[in-house]
Write a protein that binds this ligand. Structure first.
Ligand SMILES: *[C@@H]1O[C@H](CO)[C@@H](O)[C@H](O)[C@H]1NC(C)=O
Ligand SMILES: *[C@@H]1O[C@H](CO)[C@@H](O)[C@H](O)[C@H]1NC(C)=O
Ligand SMILES: *[C@@H]1O[C@H](CO)[C@@H](O)[C@H](O)[C@H]1NC(C)=O
Length: 392
C-alpha cells in the first residue's frame, strides 16, 4: 500500500467512527508526517504565495485563484468524495480561496501531479452533470487548468447536491508528492473563479449544517496522525479556553477583518489594519513597514527574500507579539512564531513566521496563528471568532 492510500484508508475509518456525531460534523485534519522545512521549500512556498496575493490585487474581480503550497510545509487536509459511487480524494481545506478542484481522468499521465493522485472520472459516476466551461486558475508563474463539472460532493458524509467544481487537466508541479490531490476553498463566492457557488454555501443552502458556520482546530504537533479538526456546522468549546471573541467580516472575499492593533515591545506594528484568516497559509505574512519593524524588535536578519532568521540561542529572550482583536489580546510567544527550518546539509535555522511579500498591505494570519487560536468562520453572521486553542 502506498503512502497516499494508507492515509486515505485511515481517514476514511476515522470519518466512519466520528460520524456518530449528529449535530456537528468533523473532518480530521492531518498534517503531513514530516514537518521539516528546508530553506528552498520556504522559498518555493513564498513564490506561490506571492503570486496568489499579487494576482488578487492586480486583476480585479475576474482573476481568482487557489492556494498551492509546498507539501513539506505544514499543511492540513482531510478526505472528501465526489460522485456515485464515491470517489475519494485527500483535499486541503483552504479559507483563503473559494473554488473546489480535483485532478481529472482527462489530465494526461505526463502530468506527474495528476499521475500520482486520485482522479475524477465523470463516466464512472451516475450522478454526474456536464458543464464543460473551461477555467484557468492563475498563479502568475503557475496555474491550474481544467473545466467545470457538477456532481454530488461529500465530506464526512455530508452530501452537497449539484456542486460545481473544476476537473483539473493540468496540475502544477508544486502538487508533486503532496499528500493531498486538490483544494477545497472555503472563502466567499466573490473570489471564486467562474463565479461558482462554493461548496460551503451549497451545504448551508441545502440545510446540511445545524449552524451556518465552520470552525478549525489545528494542532501544531506535526507528528500526530490526527492533526486537528474542521468542524462543519458547529463550535466545540472543549477545544478552546475562555470565550470566543468575534469581529465582523470587513470584506466578503477572503475571511477579512479589522485588527485594532499589533504590538511588540511597546512598538506598534499596525493600528486599525486589515487581516485575513487563512488556513492555506502556513506562516504569517505582514506588510512591508511592519516587517521591518518586527525584525528590528526581534533581532531577525532578513534573508533578502522576505524571510528573516534569528539566532536560535536567542529564541527564549524574544518578545511576545500581541494582536488586539475585538477588544481581546491574542499573544504569540517566540515558541509560537519561530519555526525551525533545516537545509540540505541538516543545518538548523530559526526562522521568523513573520514573512513579507511585496505588493499588498494586509496581514495574512496563517496556520501559525490559527493553530494557537481556535477559529470560527461564521458565514451566517459574517463574522470570525477566536479563542485560545487547548494544547494537548
Ligand atoms: C523528513 O525529511 C528529511 C529531510 O528531507 C529526511 O531526511 C527525513 O528522513 C524525513 N523523515 C521522515 C520521517 O520522512
Ligand atoms: C475547452 O478546452 C478544450 C481543450 O482546449 C477545447 O477542446 C474545448 O473546446 C473547450 N471547451 C469550451 C466549452 O470552450
Ligand atoms: C501583551 O499583552 C499582555 C496582556 O495584555 C501584556 O501583559 C504584555 O505586556 C504585552 N506584551 C507586549 C510585548 O506588548
Amino acid at each position: 500500500m502506498n503512502k497516499l492510500s494508507y492515509v486515505v484508508v485511515i481517514v476514511v475509518l476515522a470519518c466512519l467512527v466520528s460520524h456518530s456525531w449528529a449535530e456537528i460534523s468533523r473532518v480530521p485534519l492531518i498534517p503531513q508526517a514530516n514537518f521539516t522545512r528546508t530553506k528552498s521549500n520556504v522559498k518555493a512556498e513564498k513564490s506561490i504565495l506571492a503570486s496568489k496575493y499579487l494576482k488578487e490585487t492586480t486583476t480585479g474581480p475576474t482573476g481568482r485563484y487557489l492556494v498551492l503550497h509546498n507539501y513539506q510545509n505544514a499543511a492540513y487536509y482531510g478526505v472528501m468524495s465526489i460522485g456515485k459511487p464515491k470517489k475519494y480524494f485527500n483535499i486541503r481545506f483552504d479559507t483563503g480561496s473559494a473554488n473546489l478542484w480535483v485532478p481529472s481522468i482527462n489530465c494526461p499521465s505526463t502530468n506527474v501531479a495528476c499521475r500520482q493522485h486520485a482522479k475524477y472520472d465523470s463516466s464512472a459516476s451516475s450522478s454526474y452533470v456536464a458543464n464543460g466551461e473551461n477555467i484557468t486558475i492563475d498563479y502568475g508563474t503557475e496555474s491550474v487548468v481544467g473545466y467545470l463539472s457538477t456532481d454530488i460532493v461529500r465530506t464526512n458524509n455530508i452530501p452537497i447536491r449539484s456542486q460545481t467544481f473544476m476537473e483539473a487537466t493540468s496540475v502544477p508541479s508544486s502538487f508533486i508528492n503532496a499528500p493531498y490531490a486538490g483544494i477545497w476553498g472555503l472563502a466567499f463566492q466573490s473570489i471564486a473563479v467562474g463565479n461558482v457557488t462554493p461548496p460551503l454555501d451549497n451545504m448551508i443552502a441545502q440545510g446540511q449544517l445545524s449552524e451556518p458556520l465552520i470552525s478549525f482546530y489545528l494542532k501544531r504537533d506535526g507528528t500526530d496522525l490526527k492533526g486537528g479538526e474542521l468542524i462543519f456546522g458547529g463550535i466545540d468549546s472543549t477545544l478552546y479556553t475562555g470565550s470566543l471573541t468575534y469581529v465582523p467580516v470587513s470584506v466578503e472575499g477572503y475571511w477579512q477583518f479589522e485588527v485594532t492593533s499589533i504590538d511588540t515591545n511597546d512598538v506598534n506594528l499596525c493600528s486599525d489594519c486589515q487581516a485575513i484568516a487563512d488556513t492555506g497559509t502556513p506562516l504569517i505574512v505582514v506588510p512591508q513597514a511592519a516587517y521591518a519593524d518586527i525584525n528590528d524588535q526581534i533581532g531577525a536578519v532578513d534573508n533578502g527574500d522576505g524571510s528573516a532568521f534569528v539566532d536560535c540561542d536567542q529564541q527564549s529572550s524574544l518578545p511576545d507579539v500581541n494582536f488586539s482583536i475585538g477588544g481581546t489580546t491574542f499573544t504569540l510567544t517566540p515558541s509560537d512564531y519561530i519555526v525551525e527550518v533545516t537545509d540540505d546539509d541538516d543545518n538548523v535555522y530559526c526562522m521568523s513566521s513573520f514573512t513579507y511579500l511585496a505588493g499588498y498591505d494586509f496581514w495574512i494570519l496563517g496556520d501559525v496563528f490559527i493553530g494557537k487560536f481556535y477559529t470560527v468562520f461564521d458565514k451566517g453572521n459574517s463574522q470570525i471568532g477566536f479563542a485560545p486553542a487547548v494544547t494537548s
